[in-house]
Ligand binder design. Sequence first.
Ligand code: GLC
Ligand code: CA
Length: 547
Amino acid sequence: MAKLKLDKTKWGWWQSAVFYQIYPKSFLDTNGDGVGDLKGIISKLDYLENLGIDGIWMSPVCASPQVDNGYDISDYCAIDPMFGTLEDMDTLIAEAKKRGISIILDLVLNHCSEQHQWFQEALKGRDNPYHDYFIWRDGEPDCPPNEMRATFGGSAWTYVPELKQWYFHQFAVEQPDLNWENPEMRRELYQTIRFWVDRGVEGFRLDVIDQIGKDADKQITNNGPRLHEYLRELSAEAFKEEGLVSVGEAWGADTERAKLYSAPDASELSMVFQFEHICLDQEPGKDKWDTIPLSLPKLKQCYDRWQRELHGKGWNSLFLNNHDLPRTVSRWGNDGKYRVESAKMLATMLHGMEGTPYIFQGEELGMTNIRLDIQQHVDIETLNVYKERLEQGYDPEEVMASIHARSRDNARTPMQWTAGEKAGFTTGKAWMPLNPNHTEINAEAALADPDSVFHYYRKLIELRKSKDVFRSGSFTLLCPEDENIFAYTRDTEKEHLLVVCNFTDKTLPFDAPENFRGAEMILSNYNDGCSELLPYEAVMLYYEDVE
Ligand code: GLC
Ligand code: CA
């Protein structure tokens, strides 16, 4: 089957595209050291072309001491030897391009590694030209400038006795924040972006970009006063290349901000990657470790608002999984009896909407969460929360329950390629535990089964490119108060799409709106009608007006 290829010279091509996120460490290892590498990605490009995706967002592969798995970069223009060489990267870009796949790099511009030469220079003294590339406050030991907490636990300030100064880090101690107020620092960052564009990279995902305008004295991290000014400069200086796609990770974005980030005049970024829907099953005002059951009406209200408010005014990303989130099939689906059905249902709900879908590696197989002992965990955030909560007197079992539900390690277990030993991921010892269910859930089995989650995603991706209603149709939510069914329509002047999803393991009655009687069923995870919805059933109906 010939893949529909997008014309990437046209502005906005990414609105019809589907992206695939690779977490390189866990994708495929080709030299037996237990860590995925660039050669592993190259060898699976045919698999990805078969799936039908248009671009790959790769989590960071730049030189890094790996305190936060590469989100602590020590050289923005070098490939970490663990992943391969610059030459491998050139090969990957060229081989991907041949298959109509763009490479999108992860840019971590909010902070770098303490091993970065800039920080090493900065430590040499207050007069060093690189000192001001970071955020410092004078002070005495034991008395940090303020109460700000780091995302991975502890104070956001670390003291350097030799300088009698504190430096700011929103994440780990080893990830000092860059000082965006320094124009020289910004200029150097733009140069590193040009370095990758010149090598053929076609876009960037911008890590925690909503934090670059921070005001540490006022304890403001997200949405700081100069944020959008910096974004406009960044866009003008580094992304002006035609067709370059830019995706901003913004935990703090609401719909108003999202319209600024992704305004159609391209003054800032192509699209926003926001998390409002993801945070609905955590206790308001608390953090993600305090989970509550998902309310479907709330989820629907949230999507409804984003869909309607951004229509024609901005552009959103569509995702339920990434390397920081547990697997959705375990979170909002059913990873037991209805694993396959619910994985397909969640994908249908998402891919029918307006925005650019992102598939996180293994999602196309319906990969699930894993249950690890604390000693088997590797993620810095998980290990820190365990320690911190135990110190605060939490019950260890309760802490482990929320780690099993929420830890980022759930997403990071190695890709399950085969049922064989080590899941075909490595010939050595995998850097983190493999999910034992790879004997059942793996790519080899999925490719051979026409009813697999993989082939369903392939159809979804193909559909998206074959009908304009997916890109430009207006969104209307049906039955907003229904606690079990998520249904909506998308309409252009001529095309009409109905998406219906059963979020439960029960059979439920459903009446399609009048105008969809007799419409064509273009997708279903059971291959039957939709007068009755079977457990986790999902259907798409479609018709066009006749002149
Ligand atoms: C982003 C990344 C996450 C990382 C953090 C700090 O949220 O997605 O993995 O730990 O930024 O860079
Ligand atoms: Ca390797």
